[in-house]
Design a protein around this ligand. Structure first.
Ligand code: 6GU
Length: 240
């Protein structure tokens, strides 16, 4: 997979060189290129923003540098262009799986009050377009979102995980949160590991873990339970 990131703060993307994406790069699964949007400006001040038509607070990212950047970065490719914005669709594990199936992702990281809408309207000419939000809160820019999305996607690339089983049982893969986990010692500061986990009865352990997942999900994420296939009373009963 190729990933291009266009940002006015390319230094923010330095973690792409490290740890998880770095491992994928070392394995040859990932080719990451970070670009400075200002490389596609032509004035002495390398201007990327201007005041909004119609007035209002803040600044808007000018369309011309984005146009030239995306002309160049999309050339000869059929990419998905991801605009990171708090107005986007929520980023979920399902979206991560969809993006992991792509050959080429381009992240366009907005700053200020956003990118001139005509860039997004035009972007269908460069590839398939997704506007993605990390969640219902506001960051200063889309760089951290591009990092988060890249990390979630890269770990799903075939051949990345040593043991792909560990992908199946985790939070959000099947709509339930993960069960609690424990390791040695069996008692720590008077907190004991649940007995069932020490007993070696794998069926009982499986049932206990499933119940813990349903309980957690009902308590912390009632929105997920509403969307799940659990019988109506199950999660309500377990949440008591
Ligand atoms: Cl993708 N960008 C910004 N600026 N803020 C956000 C976000 C993205 N997702 C949540 N908040």
């Amino acid at each position: 997979m190729r990933v291009d990131v266009v940002s006015i703060f390319p230094d923010y993307l330095a973690p792409l060189e490290l740890s998880l994406p770095g491992k994928a790069r070392a394995k040859g699964l990932l080719d990451v290129r970070v670009h400075d949007l200002r490389d596609w400006t032509h004035d002495r001040h390398r201007t990327v923003d201007d005041s909004p038509y119609g007035g209002g607070a803040g600044m808007v990212m000018k369309p011309e540098p984005w146009g030239e950047a995306l002309d160049e970065v999309t050339a000869g490719s059929d990419p998905v262009i991801v605009f990171t914005t708090p107005s986007g669709e929520p980023f979920t594990q399902k979206v991560a799986r969809e993006l992991a199936a792509e050959e080429h992702l381009i992240f366009a990281c907005g700053r200020y009050e956003g990118i001139d809408q005509r860039v997004i309207d035009h972007a269908g000419a460069w590839g398939r377009v997704r506007e993605i939000s990390l969640g219902d809160y506001v960051l200063n820019g889309g760089e951290v979102a591009a990092l988060a999305v890249t990390e979630a996607v890269v770990r799903l690339l075939p051949g990345f995980m040593g043991n792909p089983d560990s992908l199946v049982e985790e939070s959000h893969e099947d709509g339930l949160l993960e069960y609690p986990v424990y390791t040695k010692p069996a008692v720590w500061r008077e907190h004991a590991v649940p007995d069932v986990l020490l007993g070696g009865n794998h069926r009982a352990i499986g049932e206990w873990r499933h119940e813990q997942r349903v309980r957690r999900t009902a308590r912390r994420r009632p929105d997920l339970v509403a969307a799940s296939a659990l019988p109506d009373d199950t999660s309500l009963r377990l949440a008591q």
